[in-house]
Ligand binder design. Sequence first.
Ligand code: PHE
Length: 342
Amino acid sequence: MSVHSEIEEKGKAALNQILEASSLEQLDGFRVSVLGKKGALSEALKQLGQVPAEERPKLGALANEWKTRIESAIESKKADLESQKIEADLKKTRIDVTLPARRVHLGALHPITKTIRKISETLGRIGFDVTTGPEVETDFMNFEAVNIPKDHPARDMQDTFFLGPGVVLRSQTSPVQMRTMREEKWPVRILCPGAVYRCDSDATHSPMFHQIEGLWVDKKVSMADLKGVLDFFAKETFGSQVKIRLRPSYFPFVEPGAEVDVSCAICAGRNPHCQVCKGTGWLEILGAGMVHPRLFELAGYSPNEVGGFAFGMGVERIAMLLHDIPDLRLMFQGDERFLKQF
Ligand code: PHE
């Protein structure tokens, strides 16, 4: 048989075999036996040496043509066999549509987020705008710019995380007030909610917690305005029956300064065994005061022109009072049984 007809014969035979292949393994076997190094086509080509030189290119081209044809036949057969296999697998597996579906867990807002939103909404109604600032702060902004110089004892009130020379995780949101005053002209009426950090951890302290601070600066802002705003805030938050009281206190950035209590919404002071107010009738909710003139100077405002008040509260504390949460740590454990309740 001539080399030419041998190539033709072997090619045709291979095509037939491929068409009849019944499994992917068999198909692969054919591929090796025809196209492999020792396969039929290669064997036929080995005889090229015996044919006259001028016929060789033609035969080479013929062999290549068959090679391509066989390869594409293998490809399409392979695709056929694969889809047959998928069909067969699908027939074997059935979906039981009567099985109850897995429960989809709906997310909900965290009590801290809800509390921040509630406070922002309440004070937003009397003109406070929400402003935020960086959690990584300079020592200067966190302390010095709010009147707590390097050796000031008030630094001990806030056990601070230092990230590097002159850089801290902010221990309060007060620097946001200073940033705002340095960037904007008065009047200023802002709320600064956000995470703050202190080296402290137990049932009532967490190394990361949230504060909201308020600042109102304008021509004639008095202590009476502060009381009015806080009274409005307390009644909107804890109920119209609550009262507030201011106790003199010290914060470096205000003068005078006060701690603010709200009357116990649970017992109104009538139950000496009240779990919430411990029988005192009052709950401390925030710190406040009239902005220290030094801050106005550092902000570039003239202390003779403006007055202002500031207040700051712990968001977790408010959320715990609102929802009767016994342990601060519950807020940060991510336990769905706890979070689901809000
Ligand atoms: N930033 C103060 C603190 O963390 C809270 C505060 C703000 C007190 C404004 C008074 C006025 O202690």
